[in-house]
Ligand binder design. Structure first.
Ligand code: ATP
Length: 868
């Protein structure tokens, strides 16, 4: 193993056979062929066989196996075979669906996996992290995730969080010096390690190791988080299933004992118990929920919301507060310079004069203390900084020429906490510290002012004028940057403390128009009972002006700055939080307090973030939302959802989708369980009245697994209703299985049971046990197929129409075909113990099966009439 930290930068480059222009494309291909992708081998995933085996661990499956055994004891071999086949088929389905869900999660994961900026063939390009190879020159800056191990070549105040490797959460200062001694990992200050986060500054790094050869790769097996996390809904359904299994066993036992007391023969009593258990077990339930959720996330990904944690789909439906950044999310992040305040005058861009030395200083400050650039007319870098380059180009001042003439000597990068950026350049042979940033940070650090008459001490009157101008610009919704400079000694070591004692130059204001869709999205949010809140690093007046334009800020609302927020106690904030709609000049810590205050009031909070320090707030929020385009890797890592278009309107769309997915799942569950309820009630009725068993286990399995699954999936695909955003957010604490829901199950299941039993009695009187059971089975099956249409919506089928969800029609037709195959194909007749039916009996089946749906639809129409 090479000890890279003991080599100097040049030695390391030589060792890797790389020039300072980076690798050539040819070298990259060669190396990648040799060392492979820069990825960590995931912890051993469960094999398909393991997944398959796990399907049998379910208590409900065990009950089915017992049922199969009992059937075979009763001499009913066909039944046993069918039950066993069903169990195996179910396990296969479960496995396929598990693998599919896994794949879909992985494809979402790859959508959100980090990119890296590398220098190749002398050009800075962005590549997916898995394409990084040893020898690449990596450009790192605050917010990036380090994707490989490397030796630092150039270091600009780099600070790194290496907690994923060392567990130490404080930031570590890095350096590009060469170390002489052997030192432990934590002290190798000139190296960066894969998996760590850049929290400050920037650096140029030579990649030394990738993939499993990195330090993190060596311990990869220890830190794998591939453990599947279940969503709250899945957990609550799991709990429900296990409770259900116990209840089923108890009732089955009672039914069994009851039959025995009545001197029903042992095997017949057992068959009752088996029928009851099979009727009650919702075999398809958990697969259907997973399938519907997976379809929901795919749809959201197409609409620019990438879900990283499945539970976000559920929480989205109950979001009641959205805290959103302003710049880029609510606004376009397309900045254009408007007015300039300099030499006590307010000018337009074309009034700037290159011959005026004061103007020249401001322009130098604007284009040198600036990391944006223009390549072939394409903007690269921060839009705020890019706007300054465009401004200079309007008066024929070319940034690349100026930058070519003057090399940067030192810098402290911009960070949103300090809100300043500083550089040192040699201006007229004097090292000069140039600074730009927020006026509130800069004005207190200025001691003098430069006007057209030269430099003089800054007076209170000057400050007053500058602040007034700043207020005037901000009230128009403009973003304002202040500019200042000072001369420093040769060799001045630039530190945070250097940012003081400045000479004020001027202000530049720029417009960043709201996104066109923001206003509508804010209105939608409000209609949906969701409170939008703006949280921004920008000036309070600018923020309020924009918030007013798009409807977030209304008369009577409060706007707070980070400083004002800091002055509030926990209690005061809790009291006030509902009336604050704009927070300005906030720090990342402020964001955590805001989330907390809303959560204390029982809200489900979504919070956007893009910066390196936003991760804790994103984690604290119920749904952390990162920006796909401008967001740092750190924020994407911490988020539960990523907006691939950075757009606030996308959040509202995702909320609507989240609500729809949840509603569809609820409806699908209602469909499955009410059908089961009908089965349970029918068996209970016949057992209590000492009538023959109405269904064989295979009948119920056929319905539960085959004819019921398709309508359930179709219900899961129901498109959103127009009024989806008219309702208040769902109470997150109210589970699906509420009292109202249970009542519905009982009533709807009861109706289907009554019709099934009428068919049963008709069969019994007209043909005997076999006909009765065939009629009961066919009626139950058909009635449940019709019931699929009832469960699509609260509204009647005439209000929603058949065409809107064409899948529900297909599912219905497929079910009818399956049923008729069983009723009429001789081989299947034998297998399912189907008796021959007369035309009258067939007619009765169809007639009775449709009755519950007619009644349910009629009730829906009456209720919507009453509500109107
Ligand atoms: P948000 O995205 O959260 O709405 P923002 O992008 O407006 O916030 P920041 O980028 O943190 O907030 O900017 C805060 C302030 O810092 C700005 O109002 C501006 O005065 C100053 N500022 C922004 N960008 C730069 C920069 N590149 N250099 C110097 N100062 C800057």
């Amino acid at each position: 193993m090479k000890q890279w930290y003991k080599l100097s930068g040049e030695e390391a480059l030589k060792e890797m056979k790389v020039t300072s222009d980076g690798l050539t494309s040819k070298q990259v291909v060669e190396i990648r062929d040799r060392v492979g992708d820069n990825t960590l081998l995931e912890a051993k995933k469960k094999s398909v066989f393991q997944v398959f085996a796990e399907q049998f661990k379910d208590l409900l499956v065990i009950i089915l196996i017992i049922a199969a055994v009992i059937s075979s004891l009763s001499g009913n071999v066909e039944s046993t075979i069918v039950i066993l086949l069903v169990i195996i088929l179910n396990a296969i389905l479960g496995t396929v669906q598990h693998e599919k869900a896994q794949k879909s999660l992985e494809s979402l994961k790859s959508l959100s996996s980090p990119n890296a900026k590398v220098l190749r063939d002398g050009k800075k390009i962005e590549v997916p992290s898995k394409e990084v190879v040893p020898g690449d020159i990596l450009m790192l800056e605050a917010g990036d995730m380090v994707v490989a191990d490397g030796r630092i070549l150039n270091n600009y105040s780099l600070q790194v969080n290496e907690s994923s490797l060392t567990g130490e959460s404080t930031n570590v200062d890095k350096n590009d010096i060469t170390l002489e001694e052997e030192v432990p990992l934590g002290d190798r200050v000139n190296l960066v390690f894969s998996g760590s986060l850049i929290t400050y500054g920037r650096a140029v790094v030579l990649v030394t190791d990738t993939g499993m050869n990195t330090e993190i790769g060596k311990i990869a097996a220890l830190m794998n988080d591939t453990k599947e996390k279940k969503t709250p809904l899945q957990v609550s359904l799991d709990n429900f299933s296990s409770k259900l299994a116990i209840v089923i066993m108890i009732i089955s036992a009672i039914v069994f004992v009851l039959s025995m007391i009545r001197n029903v023969p042992l095997l017949d009593s057992l068959m009752f118990a088996v029928a009851l258990a099979v009727a009650a077990i919702p075999e398809a339930l958990s697969s259907i929920v997973t399938i519907v959720q997976a379809m929901g996330t795919q749809k959201m990904a197409k609409e620019n919301a990438i879900i990283k944690e499945l539970k976000a789909v559920e929480s989205l439906g109950s979001v009641s507060v959205i805290c959103s950044d302003k710049t880029g999310t609510l606004t376009q992040n397309k900045m254009t310079v408007q007015h300039i305040y300099i030499g006590e005058e307010t000018l337009d861009v074309n009034e700037l004069n290159l011959k005026n030395q004061l103007h020249r200083y401001l322009l130098y400050d604007a284009i040198l203390t600036n990391d944006a650039s223009i390549h072939n007319g394409v903007a690269i870098g921060d839009p705020t900084e890019y706007a300054l380059l465009e401004m200079a180009r309007k008066i024929q001042l070319m940034d690349d020429e100026i930058r070519g003439m003057m090399p940067r000597i030192d810098e402290i990068p911009f960070d949103s906490e300090r809100k300043l950026m500083s550089t040192i350049y040699e201006l007229h042979s004097v090292p000069t510290l140039l600074t730009k940033g927020a006026l509130d940070e800069l004005l207190s650090r200025t001691v003098s002012i430069r006007t057209n008459d030269g430099i003089r001490e800054i007076t209170e009157a000057d400050r007053e004028k500058i602040l007034n101008k700043n207020r005037e610009f901000s009230e128009e919704g403009l973003r304002v940057l202040a500019f200042a400079y000072k001369e420093v000694e040769e060799g001045h070591a630039l530190k945070l403390e250097s940012e003081d004692g400045f000479t004020f130059l001027g202000l530049i204001s720029m417009v960043d128009p709201p996104r066109v869709e923001s206003q509508l999205a804010v209105a939608d949010a409000k209609r949906a009972g969701i409170r939008p809140v703006m949280i921004t690093g920008d000036h309070k007046l600018t923020a309020v002006a924009i918030a007013k334009q798009i409807g977030i800020y209304e008369e009577g609302d409060i706007a707070l700055t980070g400083v004002e927020l800091d002055a509030l106690s926990e209690e005061e904030l809790n009291k006030k939080v509902s009336s604050v709609s704009v927070y300005a000049r906030v720090s990342p810590e402020n964001k955590i307090r805001i989330v907390n205050a809303w959560q204390n009031k029982g809200n489900i909070v979504a919070m956007t973030g893009d910066g390196v320090n936003d991760a804790p707030a994103l984690k604290k929020a119920d749904i952390g939302i990162a920006m796909g385009i401008t967001g740092t890797e750190v924020s994407k890592d911490a988020a539960a959802m990523i907006l691939s278009d950075d757009n606030f309107a996308t959040i509202i769309k995702a909320v609507a989708n989240g609500r729809n997915v949840f509603r569809n799942i609820k409806n699908a569950i209602q469909f499955l369980l009410s059908g089961n309820m009908a089965g349970i009630l029918s068996v209970l009725y016949t057992s209590i009245l000492a009538l023959p068993v109405p269904f064989h286990a295979v009948h119920l399995l056929f319905i539960n697994l085959l004819t019921d699954s398709l309508p359930a999936i179709a219900i899961g695909m129901e498109p959103p209703e127009a009024n989806l955003l008219d309702e208040k957010p769902r109470d997150p604490k109210a589970g699906i299985l509420s009292r109202e829901f249970m009542t519905k199950l009982l009533v709807q299941g009861g109706l289907i049971a009554v019709c099934t039993l009428i068919a049963f009695h008709i069969g019994l009187s007209g043909g005997g046990e076999a006909v009765a059971s065939t009629m009961a089975f066919a009626t139950l099956c058909l009635a449940r197929l019709f019931h699929g249409f009832n469960c699509r919506s609260k509204l009647s089928i005439f209000a929603i129409g058949f065409k809107k969800n064409i899948y529900s029609l297909f599912a219905f037709l497929a079910g009818i075909i399956f049923l008729n195959l069983v009723l009429f194909v001789p081989f299947l007749q034998n297998l399912f113990e189907i008796a021959k039916l007369s035309n009258y009996q067939m007619g009765m089946i169809y007639g009775l099966a449709i009755v519950p749906s007619v009644l349910i639809q009629a009730w829906k129409i009456i209720r919507s009439g009453i509500n109107k």
